[in-house]
Design a protein around this ligand. Structure first.
Ligand code: SAH
Length: 508
């Protein structure tokens, strides 16, 4: 018997689904959020990586630094070594990890080393890509079976394991990988008696906003796919069900399907706008907002940490504040026990969770996060005469310190982290703008116009190939002043009004 050492970690083989980030399971998402290391494959939607916890190590297993693909042995070795370090590892794989994903081999490698692992199944592209093309893999009265095969096996070779005579009789055949073998696959099926008039379809980038579908019959699908220049990743569906797409397609006829829309962020989050756009089939791309950095001077924080027993309360307003504070506490060789006589207040459940990870159960977690509500709750605890520490960011927010001092507390505010506005656009976004690969830029406030122009260092010529949509006259005025031409203006000056205006404009 192999006994795993108590301090070894766990590897979760997680199915990320076929691309649409909403198609990961709740359990998969939880693994992703809680893991120390995330190792992801080529077909993973990068948007999913946003859910990794701050500070998690994120490793791309598709290609390594030298641009050669990481071999399966290298990936196995990576999984094993991270687990041995005691880490919780999320091995994020496209679709379902055990459907042509080599997940089984990774599991075997872990078992061989006596390491703990779990599988979180995912939605396979074999079913989801057809579904997003309007093709059910089974349909009462049409098919009562479906098979999923790999197209990697060259059907003209003798040693193949596929039973073509049996496959030709299968209700629905779904073929993953190896689009280059499609002509041979089609020939084999016809040779074994499948009618050349059998409906067939190819779905490339299924469930992504860039999904493309070609349909036809067994006799012409190869030609049609070639004409449309449809390459990988794609699944091929062969069977009567493929014809149902005509009636049932729903994804690629959404009003904003396939449109790439730049959502310009100000300090307030842009997620509502991105969400609405994605629901209508668009691909929202977000400009960077802010990033978190260490303080320029750790002096005041270090001093407070050194004298931590003199404080009766610490109020943590953010996860970053917790991380910054504990980094310095550990740097002084101390841990949570140094806070044994100090009461802790957290603003927001995420902050309380971050504290829990440091071994702290908070004394106070106000239900409302408004500064005034937090001050009132602390007031009920009788903080008059108490010394209170506020580890916070460098940007002065609402005046919590003033509120607490008014209640008779002595408050020390120390900078535990900095909030820095991003200074430039990422290179790929600049290139997309340059090549006209972004259809629409949205501005939901005049500050977002100013932010984008400053992110471009004033070079607004990059925006000339893209339509500009504004939430209303004030925002449009700012755009005009900065030399931009507004093409679409919302009539109702809300986020959904902005989206409505874009939909209307694209109908013309
Ligand atoms: N485990 C994955 C399959 C990995 S093999 C799953 O369950 O989906 C990789 C192949 O999957 C690709 O060559 C392609 O055939 C298919 N594939 C993966 N994602 C796809 C997508 N979004 N659209 C179409 N095909 C996809």
């Amino acid at each position: 018997m192999v006994i795993a050492m108590a301090n070894t970690g766990t590897v979760y083989l997680v199915g990320a689904g076929p691309g649409d980030p909403g198609l990961i399971t709740l359990k998969g998402l939880k693994c992703l959020q809680q893991s120390d290391v995330v190792i992801y494959d080529r077909l993973i939607n990068p948007q999913l990586l946003k859910h990794a916890k701050p500070g998690a190590e994120i490793i791309y297993a598709g290609k390594s630094v030298g641009y050669h693909t990481m071999t399966q042995e290298e990936i196995n070795f990576l999984l094993i070594s991270k687990a041995r370090e005691g880490k919780k590892v999320c091995r994020l794989k496209g679709g379902d990890p055990f459907v042509f994903g080599r997940g089984g081999e990774e599991a075997e490698a872990l078992v061989k080393e006596g390491l703990h692992y779990e599988v979180v199944p995912g939605i396979t592209s074999a079913i989801a890509a057809p579904a997003y093309a309007g093709i059910p893999v089974t349909q009462r009265g049409l098919t009562s079976s479906f098979a999923v095969i790999t197209g990697h096996e060259d059907p003209t070779k003798e040693e193949g394991q596929l039973d073509w005579a049996a496959l030709a009789k299968m209700g629905t055949l779904v073929c993953l990988m190896g689009a280059e073998n499609l002509p041979n696959i089609v020939n084999k099926l016809i040779e074994h008696g499948r009618s050349p008039s059998t409906p067939a379809a190819l779905v490339q980038w299924g469930t992504w906003p860039k999904q493309r579908v070609v349909d036809g019959t067994l006799s012409d699908i190869v030609q049609r796919a070639r004409e449309a220049k449809l390459g990988p990743p794609a699944v091929t569906i062969i069977g009567e069900v493929a014809a149902l797409r005509d009636k049932l397609h729903w994804f690629d006829n959404k009003p904003l399907f396939g449109k790439r829309v730049l959502v310009t962020r100000s300090r307030e989050q842009a997620s509502r706008l991105s969400e609405l756009l994605a629901e209508l089939g668009a691909e929202p791309l977000e400009t960077p907002a802010i990033r978190i950095e260490e303080p320029e001077d750790y002096g005041p924080l270090d001093e407070a940490v050194g004298d931590i027993r003199s404080y009766q309360w610490i109020v943590f307003a953010s996860v970053n504040g917790v991380n910054g504070f504990f980094r310095r506490l550990h740097a002084q060789g101390k841990d949570a026990r140094a806070l044994a006589s100090t009461k802790i207040c957290a603003v927001g459940p995420a902050t309380a969770t971050a504290l829990k990870e440091q071994g702290i159960i908070v004394d106070l977690l106000p239900k409302e996060y408004l500064t005034s509500a937090v001050v009132a709750k602390l007031g009920e605890q009788g903080i008059s005469g108490a010394r209170v520490l506020l580890p916070r960011t460098d940007i002065v927010g609402e005046d919590m310190a003033g509120g607490l001092e008014a209640l008779g507390a002595t408050v020390d505010q120390v900078v535990a982290y900095r909030t820095v506005a991003s200074k430039e656009l990422p290179d790929d976004l600049v290139e997309d703008l340059h090549k006209g690969r972004i259809d629409i830029i949205t501005f939901a406030s005049s500050s977002t116009v100013r932010n984008l122009v400053s992110l471009l260092n004033g070079d607004i010529s990059l925006l000339s190939k893209t339509k500009i949509a504004s939430i209303g006259p004030i925002t449009s005025k700012m755009a005009g002043e900065l030399g931009l031409h507004v093409d679409i203006e919302a009539q109702e000056h809300t986020i959904s009004g902005l989206v409505d205006a874009i939909v209307e404009a694209l109908k013309l």
